[in-house]
Design a protein around this ligand. Sequence first.
Ligand code: WTA
Length: 659
Amino acid sequence: MSSTSIDSLLHESRRFPPSDEFTAGAVAKADLYARAEADRLGFWADQARDLLHWHKPFTQTLDWTQAPFAKWFADGALNVAYNCLDRHVLAGHGDRVALHWEGEPGDSRTLTYAELTTEVKRAANLLASLGIGQGDRVAIYLPVIPEAVIAMLAVARLGAVHSVVFGGFSSESLRARIDDAQARLVITADGGWRKGKVFPLKAAVDGALASDGPTSVEHVLVVRRGENEVAWTEGRDLWWHEEIAPMDLEHEAKAFEAENPLFILYTSGTTGKPKGILHTSGGYLTHVAFTHKNVFDLHPETDVYWCTADVGWITGHSYVVYGPLANGATQVLYEGTPDTPHPGRWWELIEKYKVSVFYTAPTAIRSFMKAGRQIPQKFDLSSLRLLGSVGEPINPEAWIWYRDIIGGGHTPVVDTWWQTETGGIMISALPGITTLKPGSAQVPLPGISVDVLTDDGQSVPNGSGGLLVVTEPWPGMLRGIWGDPERFIETYWEKFDTGEGAERRRMYFAGDGARKDEDGDLWLLGRVDDVMNVSGHRLSTAEIESALVSHPYVAEAAVVGASDETTGQAVVAFVIVKASQAEVATADEASAILRAHVAEQIGAIARPRQVFVVNELPKTRSGKIMRRLLRDVAEGRELGDTTTLTDTSVMQIITEKLK
Ligand code: WTA
């Protein structure tokens, strides 16, 4: 981030104290901070006991003896699905709506807690009949339909492990994830609705399983949704609706130990291969239930909550599935895109379901800002009382627009910082307590300890920036990278590891830059590594570069994230075309072909905004591509320091060429 953007953040002086009315009714009480401060582990143990049902109570809170591999509540046992379903029904809330689902074409389906519980029981029986049990991995590749939630909970109910792969990912990406986790079963759909069309999912699964030799997959369960034609492999492929029909409506939820793996979710790292982030049961569920309840001020009897994330991302896991359902919330689930069939679709749904708490990403907010306030203003949004933001820094102007235009000028807006790795929200204001500052994620939640450090590990004073770290273990923390303990330690724990023996102190390095303002509040400054954040989704430059060089045209490629008004960052690629291919296509044609190629290899989300064909790439003497300079070019800035380049004329040539 350039120094000017840091300045403009610090000039932000608007403040929004909570209203007395909000504070009086708020779930979070100010004493949470003092309680957590006085006894951090005791505080988390209380949350685990208050918010969850334990089949076998725990006596141990944190075991950090094998650091950085944590165990939380290790001698306790619970069933995650039981906590999200059965216990609400047993408590007399079976008639409460769990999901108001809306399909993109306008079809809808409502599931109460009793109905959702029965569906999950039947699905658990179905999965068990296919041989799925504790520890088995199941890949889920579905649109946002109720079956996505049902499938995740059915896997959890059996003590098995799900790996949800976002439906926008290509067959290659799906295959890599299936292989890495050695999934025995894939749950998919014929197709899903997106932008007015059915996109084929089953075909992508077929493609994934057809390539590159034998797979771990025994069965493919196919939900009927798109009603599109699908190919069928007898013996392997099964229709969900046919298989589930005869299943028993009863299924007893067995208890599993708190550290039983719950899911793997793949996320981009700095090297090409995605990392399988592993989360387990008791600590994760405690963290997401606590944060969902307090950050979103959840009143389960009266609130209608809507988080717009796809279940394929961590936000969908923690704040569509596990947090809200553990808390017995009523929520909206929407299959499609915000602008189909008309640009006011989201606002129409808020009006229709009287949504009171709404959680979305800055990218979406900025694209609505661009389209104009007259669109949301056509709808009655007066049911909204709290708004949340996640995925990337929200700039103060977008924050104010969100509060004024969507929130009617009165709702609190909470900016929540967290990651796939953290499992749940770490830094956020608490509504009713915190005086809000537009653009700042503000303060760590009670029970969470963070700091901002210099590169050599010194805590920076207020008014300075550095690297964001989490200084103490927390319940929702990742327990490792699937199959790669070395990479887990290297990526997150080696940078800040000091002292020896009893004095040894390891801190979690998040990969984000942050700044403390004069009050000590935190302002997130984006990634410090080569990971881009496009529309709130993490993509690695390395992955896109390898997709580009896999094309026969390309000799070398460098990818950078350039700031983009709408998506936060956009993918910009620089490629050197092989001499033998130079005659085959013009630069414009090559660029179009390569953009499509990346979309096909990784998914549309990774499609470069621009592909520039260049003759050379700027490199240091050790051969490292200087992405910083390419970013300057992509953003149309003056070039920074070029003295470490092997050949300083390269940048001049590139810049000339792009004029
Ligand atoms: C960024 C998404 C600023 C950050 C939950 C982080 C944010 C990455 C915020 C994680 C925020 C997320 N303000 N930046 N409120 N929330 N980020 O794993 O760079 O998809 O490291 O998890 O998103 O992305 P992930």
